[in-house]
Every structure is written in C-alpha cells, then in structure tokens.
Design a protein around this ligand. Structure first.
Ligand code: SAH
Length: 339
C-alpha cells in the first residue's frame, strides 16, 4: 500500500486526516487483503478505497512451504504480470525472518546465482518492496505462526542499484511495520557508491557484503561487479563505513568445492579483513553453496569447518550458516523470476 495515495484519495473526497491514519494503522497491522475487510472504517470509505487502490501492490500467486514448515517462499505477480519471489524463514520462538527482493531479476550476473540468470527486468518500487514484508506479516497472522523478527534484503536483485526505492522501503518497514533498525539488514555484492550513501543515511542498519573471494582474479569471475569495484576499493569503503557507522560488518562467503574453500583462501580472506579494519568489526558467515544448476558443487562440511577454524584461530568471528529453504528453492541465490 502507498499511504500517500490513500491520503490523496481520502482528502480529495473530503475525509479528515484521522481517517487516513486509521486506514494506515489497520493495513500495517496485517491480516487484510482488501479494504472492505477493515470493519472500523465506514462502508463508503471502504468502497472508495477498494475502487481505486489495493492493499497489496501485487497479487500473491502461490506459497511454497518446506515439509518441516520452517521456510516458505511466495510467488508474487506484479501489475505488469512479472512474477517475483520472497521468502520467510524460521528463526526461533515463533519469530521469523523475511527475505525481500529489490529488483525483478538482477543485472549483476554472479556466476553462481540463479536470481540474475535472465538479467534485470526492472527495479521494484518501494511499495512493492515494503509490501513483501506486509504480505508475510499477514500470512503469519492468518496462519497463527508468530511474528516477524527481522527483515533481510537478500532476495532477488542488488539493493544499491535500486537505492531510492530500497531506502524508502526501509523507512516504511521501520516506521509503519515496526521492525527495529537493528533488525534490518542489507546485503550488497560490493556497490561502493551505495555503501557510502548507506553509511550516511542508515548508520543503524546492518550491512552485509557478499565477498565470496578475497582474490581479484577469482572474484571478477564470481561477482562481476568486482571488475568495476575491486577488492582494494571495497576494503576502503568498508573501512570508512565502520569508522563512520561504528558498526560491525557481516561478510557473506558461499563455499564452492575446490574454488574458494582452500586453506590459502581462508588466509587471503583473513588478510583482506586485517587490511580493512580490526577483526572485532567483522563476522564472517560461511554459507553452504546451494545448487543452482551450474557445474559448481557445495564444499564438504569438513572443508567448511576447517575454513572456519582457520579464521577463528586468527581471531576472526566466523559462523557456518545453515541455509534454510533449499528444499523449496527459496534459499540464497535461488529466488528467481518464476514462470
Ligand atoms: N545482490 C545482493 C543481495 C542478494 S543477497 C548481494 O549479492 O549481496 C543473496 C545472497 O545469496 C548473496 O550473498 C549471494 O551471493 C548469495 N547467493 C547467491 N547464489 C547463491 C547460491 N547458489 N548459494 C548460496 N548463496 C548464494
């Protein structure tokens, strides 16, 4: 929902401001798929709103759920008929993490990722981004599953290539959906102008960098954005971010067998971190590679554990992240423009 359009419509029909606030509050509390269901509003307002506007800026087509029920993926049909995906992942104690897409497709074309396989179709509007979180809020409410604990911008697309809409959606998710800033995380493949802007605009929001390799030759191939913004420049941008935001950065590192999982790769990563800032400002998340139909294979568990150990003995916090959602193709790098 776009609250500005609600205001415009209700004002022009002569309704007072508090009716807009009432509508907004009801919608963002979740559980409504049309205005007609908001019984606190008089029927003529409900009819007017339904005749011109929609609660959600897309039409949910289907929800896929894992057997255990700990991960869900929704296919959403946009106004222009394109279908994007968003995910809901279980954390603990009936609390969930929502994973948002910022673009239909992605222009970055990381070699291991499915989301960018067909390139970029278009940027999502801030309404389309924020509504994904609203959709899941309603889903949790309708199915009595609990509530949203955190929001991660780790779905389809590169958020910093759609900066304005991403930024506007963060504001809605924080102000209207009530998700605390420290529970919102943005992940970038290393778009430096975006990182610099973000440091100024959102110092309290978590930043994750999809690094995947600390060698330029290799990272150029894995994450083509590296050609434009190589590791030395990225290191400087991350250092400046830490100095200004005074916050920890999360390094995402997917582990691909025989490619970036050697002991020397861990050494390289530790060196990149050391050259960037003090170890205490970093957490490395080692992520098992999810198969996406490429020739890559996931690293064996022992390799991941060894890699983790090599970081830990150098004093770098490192966790192995179990990826939820692969069973429904809703894990990292698997969200795509479904047909
Ligand atoms: N474009 C942003 C936001 C997407 S986040 C970024 O790159 O950070 C999605 C995360 O999933 C990124 O860290 C991405 O590198 C990772 N990813 C992509 N494909 C994957 C795969 N096949 N297996 C595991 N992680 C993958």
């Amino acid at each position: 929902m776009n609250p500005d359009k609600v205001k415009e419509l209700l004002f022009s029909a002569g309704y007072p401001k508090w009716r807009c606030e009432q509508t907004e509050k009801a919608v963002y509390s979740g559980g409504f798929s049309s205005f007609s269901q908001i019984k606190v509003l008089p029927s003529e307002i409900r009819e007017l709103l339904d005749s011109k506007l929609a609660v959600l800026s897309f039409e949910p087509v289907k929800v896929f759920s894992s057997q255990k029920g700990d991960s869900h993926k929704a296919a959403l049909k946009l106004k222009d008929k394109r279908i994007i995906e968003t995910a809901l992942l279980y954390r603990d104690l009936r609390r969930w993490s929502v994973c948002l897409s910022t673009q239909a497709g992605c222009p970055v074309r990381c070699s291991f990722c499915y989301s960018g396989k067909e390139g970029l179709k278009r940027n999502l509007s801030w309404e389309e981004i924020a509504d994904q979180a609203l959709f899941w809020k309603s889903y949790l409410k309708d199915n009595n599953l609990g509530e949203i604990q955190s929001v991660v911008y780790m779905g389809m697309g590169e958020p910093f290539l759609n900066y304005e809409n991403t930024a506007a959606s963060i504001k809605v998710i924080n102000d209207k959906l009530g998700i605390g800033k420290r529970h919102i995380s943005i992940s970038t493949c290393g778009h430096i102008p975006g990182i610099r802007r973000f440091a100024k605009d959102f110092p309290q929001i978590n930043l994750a960098i999809s690094l995947h390799s600390a060698r330029n030759e290799e990272r150029d191939k894995l994450v083509p954005m590296n050609v434009r913004y190589p590791l030395e420049q990225l290191s400087k941008a991350v250092r400046d971010y830490i100095d200004s935001a005074k916050r920890k950065v999360f390094i995402e590192y997917i582990m691909i067998a025989g490619l970036n999982d050697k002991s020397s790769d861990a050494g390289k990563l530790a060196e990149w971190i050391k050259n960037t800032h003090e170890n205490k400002y970093f957490t490395v998340n080692l992520i098992a590679y999810n198969e996406t139909g490429k020739s890559y294979k996931a690293s064996p568990v022992e390799k991941m554990q060894n890699f983790q150990k090599l970081l830990l003995i150098r004093g770098i916090e490192a966790t192995i992240r179990k990826s939820l959602g692969s069973e429904i193709k809703g894990a990292c790098g698997q969200l795509a423009l479904e047909k």
